[in-house]
Design a protein. Structure first.
Length: 163
């Protein structure tokens, strides 16, 4: 099985991070054999495996659409298939919860933005409705005044004719 450089360096970093986890634990967690991990550690110690400059994709290098697709795909797998699937995609088991949290945060932020825009639009709509009502009232007053002016003019025109 061919593993991505990013995956290999991540596994080596897990063993050397000082957390006290054994190679056996990490082997069970990642699905990579004990011997393979020890070979990677040996290559790292000999300078043949660069842990810091790996070319594999990290969680923040993928776009949100790809993250969502991979997250949904991972939900359909059982635990036996998940290790193989993670290796094929150059991922680690920690990426999935991170992506889920990130996407949840993005959606919550987007929802709060939508709620704020909705509130602003409602306020603007209310202001425009008040302005429209005011203008309709002014228009009806102007129509009444115009009608009265015509009637007033016609009323006095008839009186002038009689006298």
């Amino acid at each position: 099985m061919k593993y991505s450089p990013g995956f290999r360096s991540s596994v080596v970093r897990k063993t050397l991070d000082g957390s006290g986890r054994s190679v056996s634990e990490i082997s069970r967690e990642t699905g990579v054999s004990y011997g393979t991990i020890t070979n990677w550690i040996e290559k790292y110690r000999l300078g043949k495996l660069d842990v810091e400059d790996a070319s594999g994709l990290t969680p923040d290098q993928r776009n949100p659409g790809e993250k969502l697709t991979l997250l949904l795909e991972s939900k359909t797998l059982d635990e036996n298939q998940k290790g193989e699937w993670l290796r094929q995609h150059g991922l680690h088991s920690e990426h999935l919860p991170l992506w889920e949290q990130e996407l949840t945060t993005v959606m919550n932020d987007k929802q709060s933005d939508l709620n704020q825009k909705n509130a602003e639009l409602k306020k603007e709509n209310k202001r425009l409705e008040r302005e429209l009502a005011r203008k309709e009232k002014a228009l009806s007053e102007a129509a009444v005044l115009l009608t009265l002016k015509k009637k007033f003019h016609n009323l006095f025109q008839h009186e002038d004719e009689e006298t």
